[in-house]
Design a protein around this ligand. Structure first.
Ligand SMILES: NC(=O)c1ccc[n+]([C@@H]2O[C@H](COP(=O)([O-])OP(=O)(O)OC[C@H]3O[C@@H](n4cnc5c(N)ncnc54)[C@H](OP(=O)(O)O)[C@@H]3O)[C@@H](O)[C@H]2O)c1
Length: 214
């Protein structure tokens, strides 16, 4: 299967042409992004953005192009303008919407998949179940964290906890392992604020690599 170049961390920048001055400035000073991610505008303007980003690739100012929150149609059209290296979408045991269309499409086109919120925005870390969601948190407005749904989801969390005990890990690690297990073209980005947690998650990624080699 043809495979686009693997993504590095999907560094954000706004869509070209807005990205152009930033990339030019960045190239002439210190660091440059290796991946430029086109996000939010509707499809026709995204296709234009990819055309502009393509020019930045040709000028050596950007190495890879990624998309965030893109529809299958946008992915196809963007990829026709320039190979897309990675697509960033929510994917976890709690959010599996991308499985019917986006995942097969990315595989067909050889695009890497970068699942964001692989721990379900902290839910598999116990947020909303064993930990409170703070009143100021944006999650308060998220339907999945509404009181009614949390009660239902709690049952799911308890099952995960049981399974995690069996595998001698935490529910968050189990949730991340599930995402990591979806394929070698899948590179999740969990939200880690402490070194300990980051080390834990890196360990899981290393284990995956070891299994892959053996
Ligand atoms: N493209 C987009 O539209 C989009 C949208 C959302 C997010 N993202 C990106 O995706 C990345 C992660 O998103 P996210 O923060 O929603 O991801 P997440 O990994 O699903 O959730 C992060 C939360 O999980 C908790 N957590 C992390 N590791 C844990 C562990 N080992 N044990 C227990 N709890 C743990 C953390 O809680 P604590 O607060 O206690 O540390 C953290 O707040 C970010 O880089 C973000 O920018 C992109």
């Amino acid at each position: 299967m043809p495979r686009a170049r693997a993504p590095s961390a999907a560094a954000r920048s706004t869509c070209a042409p807005a990205a152009r001055p930033a990339c030019t400035a960045s190239a002439s000073t210190t660091s440059t992004s290796t991946t430029s991610t086109a996000s939010t505008p509707p499809s026709p303007s995204r296709t234009r953005s990819i055309g502009e980003l393509k020019k930045l690739v040709e000028e050596g100012k950007v190495k890879y192009i990624g998309l965030s929150e893109a529809s299958p149609d946008t992915i196809r059209r963007a990829h026709a303008v320039h190979p897309i290296s990675a697509v960033q979408m929510e994917w976890s045991l709690w959010a599996r919407d991308i499985e019917p269309e986006i995942v097969p499409l990315c595989r067909e086109l050889g695009i890497g998949i970068v699942p964001y919120s692989p721990i379900a925005r902290g839910f598999f870390g116990g947020r909303g179940v064993t930990q409170q969601v703070s009143a100021e948190s944006s999650l308060k407005g998220h339907p999945r964290f509404s009181a009614e749904n949390l009660e239902k989801n709690k049952q799911l969390y308890l099952k995960m906890e049981e399974l995690a005990k069996k595998h001698q890990c935490s529910p968050a690690q189990l949730a991340l392992s599930w995402v990591l297990h979806q394929g070698d073209d899948v590179v999740p980005i969990p939200g880690e604020k402490t070194e300990d947690r980051l080390a834990c998650m890196c360990f899981l990624i290393e284990v995956k690599c070891v299994f892959k080699k053996s």
